[in-house]
Structures are given as structure tokens and as C-alpha cells.
Design a protein around this ligand. Sequence first.
Ligand code: WTA
Length: 652
Amino acid sequence: MAQDTGALDDLLREDRRFPPPGSFVASAVVRDPGVYERAAADPEAYWAEWASKLDWFEPWHTVLEWNPPYAKWFLGGKLNVSHNCLDRHVEAGRGARTALIWEGEPGDTKTYTYAELHAEVCAFANVLRGLGVERGDRVTIYLPMIPEAAVAMLACTRIGAVHSVVFGGFSPDSLADRNNDASSKVLITADGGWRRGGIVPLKANADESLKTSPTVEHVVVVRRGGTLSEQTPADMREGRDHWYHELMADASSDCAAEWMDAEDNLFILYTSGTTGKPKGVVHTTGGYLTQVCATTRAVFDLHDDDVYWCTADVGWITGHSYIVYGPLANCAQIVMYEGAPDTPDRGRFWQICEKYGVTIFYTAPTAIRAFMRWGDEWPAKSDLSSLRLLGTVGEPINPEAWMWYHQVIGHERCPIVDTWWQTETGAIMITPLPGLTETKPGTATLPFPGIQATILTNDGKEARAGLLAITTPWPSMLRTVWGDDRRFRETYWSKWKDIYFPGDGAKMDDDGYLWILGRVDDVLNVAGHRIGTMEVESALVDHQAVVEAAVVGKKHDIKGEAIAAFVTTREGVEPTDALNAELRDHVGRKIGAIAKPEVIVFTAELPKTRSGKIMRRLLRDIAEGRAVGDTTTLADPAVVRRLQQMHEAEEG
Ligand code: WTA
């Protein structure tokens, strides 16, 4: 939800400015300030210029067809994503170049050159074909952060299968929902993955999900290897489950890439919305690859000798666009890390930066705030002099965290790109260009060239403060919600006519910079992860002890937002500490650990209007310990006082 205006005004008083360092400007990928005007004058020509840097089997005949809210980009064009990420570079004689440097949490490492990654992807594409996967079929990928995650994604794109990557932290129930919504034919998982010294039991979760995923015919299981396989022997079901390494042993690494239409589906990625059911955001091939490729090069100022590290998980859009597709399409040298930032100690990220000479580092504000809290001594132990550019994504970054990132990690030398975008936008939309834009702590600054964004009021009037709006189509925009065109139209296109509504509040300053303030709908952003309040409410009322639940976000120093739940129990059920813990676990089981409420307040009743609507605004005030706003429309105003007392007791 949007921050209150007081905090916002403080933000806008932020007057520290950071012009791009001179040394940086001279060799920046984008250094012509005229690019904005040129792109605005003819956005189609601008995007076509980027698209033409890719390999097309057949050229497009029309850049854009816009029948709001349906856009088609590069019509008639044929291409293949894995070809563009791999074959193209190998054919250009760059097969021996490092593509992927992977480090496991226990410290094991593996490196792939472009030629090796190409061979692995081709072989796995043949494996998938052998399991009956055809063009257009859906494949669920439920893997830890291991190279096989990228291999599996690219192999799907090679044969035109549509992948749906499910974050490894999601529960069996969440996985089953996604398998079923997409009717996935194959599930790719691992015996486990390492996280904070423990094992994430992915295969066991997958088995649980398969009890209610009737469409899944085959399961491919990657052996994570090392000591893990001894600790969690996977239970392999004859005929259904196959070891990745066994299938790969017989697979040919000769696999022609399918000629995909620019508008063929590339992947589905589920994200939380305002109902209990996550939306399958659909991305297509040509426009998506064009914009992720363009933004990776321009925003991260990618040069040949860069070593690029994005710390996201492939289970989120950031991992799709800026670990796998954008960087590989640019022939970048990528670092990928499996585990937690504090294992074995809080210096792990900085050790990785030093060890591999990372030059570009992209992470989330929530991580930056955790590093700040852990203390400057951790980054100080490592040599961070290779870093030259820093990025953030996922939530608003508070100026204090921005300044810490700038000083302690960037040594006041590295530009920071604060990038605003969403699962739905597919690629970066609002961002500084590091060789051009003067940055200010806390703002994502300006729309990327070729993107038109503004701020509108609810009824569509231009304003300095209000709702962020994207006014023209862009290549990597979502095309629909999987199986639910209506939800696509209603969620994103019904607020204004032919203008995209992202669901974020924003304000514009005197320089025309956009300050993104957070969600204005019932979607929370907890540690950079989107969670719908309705999803958590559904999980809570699914427990037999609960009759009603209301979930709101409350400010959190590190996570940005934390989940607070107000719960009414069934007659005769005692609201005990044990029940509190049980409900948190229940939400963890239904959705995943990231959705567990931070606080649960038991209440005999929830504040409702006379027409029975729960007043979430009041609950937010209570959860954040603020004076509550207008209560005159409440059916029973005394409820608020009782809730405040209970909340204070709960917070201790
Ligand atoms: C928020 C992540 C402020 C925003 C790529 C958006 C941001 C949601 C920023 C999308 C940023 C993302 N500044 N807020 N730089 N980047 N957000 O789909 O609320 O996981 O709507 O995509 O994150 O989250 P999603």
C-alpha cells in the first residue's frame, strides 16, 4: 500500500544528486541524451532497432498491432529464444566464452562456457521431446538455484514448450495449483537444494503436489549432488520419475531450434493478485526477448569484460529476465548462487563478488537493508573494487539504504540503477541510464526510452501524485492472464481507457522523476515478494479453527512490509499461543514460508461497515500503531479500541 503523505513529502525533500561519474560516461553503452527524444518520436522504430540486433529466422512485417488491450509485436517474425541466447554466440566464435559461473551454498562450483551450455540445453531439449513434450505444451520447473534451472528454461524455449517456473519456497499446494492451472505435462525438480545450511525437500514437495496434479505425466529429477543426495534419497516412482543425469546420458546434443512465431507463448509466471488465486502472467517470444535484451545492455551498461550477478531467484520474474534471458541474449558472463546471503556467514555475497570479480551487482532493497543491519564490517572484509555498477529492484528503496549501498558497497564510485518494473511488464520500465541520468536516492527516475509513463488520478486526470500509469504498449508487456482474458482486462485495463494500470502509487518531482510509493491494491510486498492479502486470508480460513480473517501489511524495517493477520476463531476455540503458531505453519503449508504472518491478533470481531465490509484501512492503522482514521461508518466503533489493545498486547 502507498506510504502516507508525510513520509512521501520527506522523500521529495531529498536533494542529494549523483551525476554519472565522468569516467563512466565516456564509455557508457548509452551516452547520447537525444535517445529519449528519438525514442519518443518513433517508439516503434526505436524498438525495431533493438529487435534487429537479435537473430530472426524470418523478419517481421509489422512492428506493432495495437487493439487495446491486446498488443502484438513484430508480427510475422520467427525466432527462437535459446538460439538467440546460445547458438548465435557459438556461431559467432564465442563458444569458449564463460556463460555461467555457478556456486552452490556449500561452496561447490561449476562453470559452463557458451558451447557447453548450448550442448546441455540441446541435450535436455531432446530429453523433453523424448518424454512427449511438444510445441505449446506446458512444463513446470520447480528447482533450486542450480544451473539446470537455466538449462531447463532454455530447453523449453528451444522446442517451443511453455515453461512455468515455480519458486522453490512454494508449498506442495501452491505447486499443485500452478500445475493444474497450466495443465503441465512434465515437472522438472531436484532431490533438494541447499538453503541456510538446510535442505529444501523439493522432490518430497513435488510428490505431495502430484497427488492432486493429474495432468503431469513425467517428472525429471536433478540430483543436486554432493552430500545432499545421501541425506535425502529421492523416492522415485517407476514409469513416472526419471533422473536427469540418466536421461541426459543417452541424449544427443544435436537439436534444431523450433522456429517460433514472435507472438507464440514463451512462458507463464504466476504472481499474486487481489483474489485468492494467483494469476498466470503470459509472456510471448519476440517482444519479450527484445526488451529484456535491450534493457540488460543499456541499464546495466553491459560491456564485454563485465561479470554480472543478479541475486534474484529464477522463480521470480527478475530471475527470468535478468539472470537468464537478458544476460544470455547479450552473451554476458553470469554469476549464479544457490543459497542464502548469511551462510556460512554474513559476508558471503561480498566473498562471491571478490572471488569472481563481479562488476555489476543487482539485488533487492530488502537485502540491502539486511546488510546494513548486519554491519559494515562484513563487506569490509572483501575486496569490492571490481564493482562498477549497482542495481536494485522489487520495492521502493528508502534513501538511507540507497546511501549505504552507494557508500559501503559502491565506495561512491558506482552508479546505482533503481529499476521499477513488474512480472507483468516483463522487463525494466522506469530506471536511470547509468551514463546519462543524474540519480537521487529513492527514485527510479525516468521511463526507459520508448516507454511512456505518467501519473493519473483515479478518474484519469494527469496529476503530480496519484497512480502510476503506462500509457502506450511496450514489447515485453504481458499478453493475457493464462486462461482468463477477462481477469486480464479487468485487472489492468479497466481503470482508464487503453492505459495500463500497474497497481502502484507514485509521485512526480520537479525534474519529472517518478517516485514509486508501493502498491495501492490488496497486494503486499514482503521482502520484495508479492503476496495477495486474499491468498493469506484464504489460507487462514482454510484452518478449521478460523471463521474469518483479515490480512494487512505493516511497515517492517528490513522486509519493507510484513504481514499482520486479524483472526476470528470458531465458537469455543481458545485463541492460544499454540494456535497462533499452528496458524502460521498452516499458512506456510498452504502457500509457502514467505507468506507466514508476522503477527496474528485474535479478535471476537473485525471492524466492519454497516454493510459488512471489513475496514482494512483501520486494521492497517492498528497494525502500525497509528491513530485510527475515521470510524464513523463502523457498525460497532468499540471494536477498534478492543483491537488496538489486543494488538499492543501481541506486540508486547
Ligand atoms: C514493486 C518485480 C519501487 C512495485 C520486478 C511493483 C518497485 C512490484 C520497484 C512488482 C522499484 C518493483 N521501486 N517499487 N524499483 N520494483 N517494485 O511482479 O510495487 O515481483 O508493482 O516484479 O514491486 O513486483 P514483481
